[in-house]
Design a protein around this ligand. Structure first.
Ligand code: IYR
Length: 229
């Protein structure tokens, strides 16, 4: 079988890598850790507005994530409109009620007990921005031809990590919300039924007096999460 490649393979010199002295590397690693460890998932959001351009820049950061075949199989639908947020809250709470009233099963509900979550999701209306993150199972190449995407869950998850880190760096709080199932988001966001909603990211300032569960601050030690061979 002959495989024809639509694109020629071209290269350019690594454009922006700059080696750092080891001490600077160490300091860089430490300062990133010190910054990211101050990120906490927040569930009490203020309704104070957040400028749209900050969200746009954070999404551009997410869009640089490594991904399958560089198809960039993601789409971020950003919702600031109060009416659409209300629709999302209503639809999400229907699913959440079914979840907490039994669909989750006993073991799952027991695992969630230390987080204190329940079916009520006021933050879906209170936070200034909701970002619905979709994975595109198919997309279009530059010449408009439909093509399959690869490693969609991995790509979307990595981009989501970048997005959370970018929003945190900007000084914003986030909640990685996952109503289950969340296919109602395709309809509300006007996305193709092939697109899969992965996460509904809630973004804004924490409400004054916001709290977090102690359980969420208990991080496993390095010796447990890493093995060096
Ligand atoms: N989607 C539900 C339940 C939930 C599930 C897990 I796993 C969490 O870490 C947190 C919540 C909700 O948002 O309440």
């Amino acid at each position: 079988m002959t495989v024809s490649t639509a694109h020629t393979y071209r290269t350019l010199p690594l454009p922006d890598y700059k080696e750092k002295p080891v001490e600077e590397m160490r300091a860089g690693a430490k300062s990133f850790y010190d910054e990211i460890r101050t990120r906490h998932t927040v569930r009490d959001f203020s309704s104070r507005p957040v400028p749209r351009d900050i969200i746009e820049t954070c999404i551009m950061a997410a869009g640089t994530a490594p991904n399958g075949a560089n198809h960039q199989p993601w789409h971020f639908t950003v919702i600031g409109d109060a009416d659409i947020k209300r629709q999302i809250r209503e639809a999400a709470e229907i699913e959440e009620r079914a979840f907490y009233e039994g669909r989750a099963g006993e073991e799952w509900l027991k695992a969630l007990a230390p987080l204190g979550t329940d079916a009520s999701k006021p933050f879906l209306e209170e936070a200034p921005w909701l970002i619905c993150i979709f994975g595109e199972r198919k997309s279009r190449s530059a010449d408009g031809v439909s093509r399959k995407n690869y490693y969609v869950p991995e790509s979307v998850s990595i981009a989501t990590g970048f997005l959370i880190a970018a929003l945190h760096r900007a000084g914003l709080a986030t909640l990685t919300h996952t109503p289950n199932p969340m296919s109602f988001l395709n309809q509300i966001c006007g996305r193709d039924p092939h697109d899969k909603p992965y996460i509904l990211m809630v973004v804004g300032y924490p409400k004054e007096g916001a709290t977090i569960p102690v359980h969420a601050t208990e991080k496993r030690p390095l010796s447990e999460i890493a093995t060096f061979l």
